[in-house]
Design a protein around this ligand. Structure first.
Ligand code: 13P
Length: 260
């Protein structure tokens, strides 16, 4: 059975006080729940250390939203995988469409980051997904295939075991227009096929593929109960404790049903 991962990508939200206001109730709500799903929070860099301290001795995992592919040196403004490990990050989101759009990250750059993250024992959550224009031009599968191949280029099968892929159609991010469960399932199944072709079907079967893009407490269950949807990467709805907890519950329910 594949891992189901519900991750909150806070993006550029929450200062230190707001971080406390979210993490303390999250911890209180999830403590002793013995969940099957993995819960990950990905705050901005400035909150990583505090969250790491607050989450000690819980099963809630910590992720960063980006990193650079060098370990240290004269790279003003960048944060390295070594630094992320030192605050006990386990995951790092790489190649988010907002990084691609505003900071011109390419599959090649993302691939360099993925390799460096793995070298330091971080699990990359690699984001891929087509724009609206690409979907309307019938290019969805072509784009997905190119991004999967580009970002996983040169990785060994063993390394891919630590990777998570997040399918985030750009047109669904922050728009309130989520992919339908059928659209998500179709894309996830295709991603698995591409990975199977690159490596083998056993590896592809074990790969966790999250869906991201306007996931809410209301639509989470229908998306997460799709056979190839193994979690959610949640933006807006991960900022409010109520909606995030509901999505975690939806994930748990979908996971247990799939297991039976
Ligand atoms: P929204 O859930 O706000 O659409 O954002 C999705 C996302 O980009 C998660 O990484």
């Amino acid at each position: 059975m594949r891992r189901m991962i519900i991750a909150g990508n806070w993006k550029m939200n929450k200062d230190i006080k707001e971080t406390f206001d979210f993490i303390l109730p999250l911890k209180n709500n999830l403590i002793g729940q013995n969940l099957s799903v993995e819960v990950v929070v990905c705050p901005p860099f400035t909150s990583l250390y505090v969250v790491s301290e607050l989450l000690k001795e819980t099963s809630i995992k910590l992720g960063a939203q980006n990193m650079f592919y060098e370990v240290e040196g004269a790279y003003t403004g960048e944060v390295s995988p070594k630094m992320l490990r030192s605050v006990r990050c386990e995951y790092v989101i790489l190649g988010h469409s907002e990084r691609r759009r505003y900071f011109y990250e390419t599959d090649e750059i993302v691939n360099k980051k993925v390799k460096k993250a793995l070298e330091f024992g971080l699990k990359p959550i690699i984001c891929i997904g087509e724009t609206l224009e690409e979907r309307e031009r019938g290019k969805t599968f072509e784009v997905i295939e190119r991004q999967v191949k580009g970002t996983l280029s040169g990785l060994s099968a063993d390394e891919v075991k630590s990777v998570v892929i997040a399918y985030e159609p750009v047109w669904a991010i922050g728009t309130g227009r989520n992919a339908t469960p059928e659209q998500a399932q179709e894309a996830h199944k295709f991603i698995r096929e591409v990975v199977s072709g690159l490596f083998d079907s056993d590896l592809a079967d074990k790969l966790t593929i999250q869906y991201g893009g306007s996931v809410t407490a209301e639509n989470a269950y229908s998306l997460l109960s799709q056979p190839d949807v193994d979690g959610a990467l949640v933006g807006g709805a991960s900022l409010k404790i109520d909606s995030f907890l509901k999505i975690v519950k939806a994930g748990e329910m979908a996971y247990l049903e799939k297991k039976d």
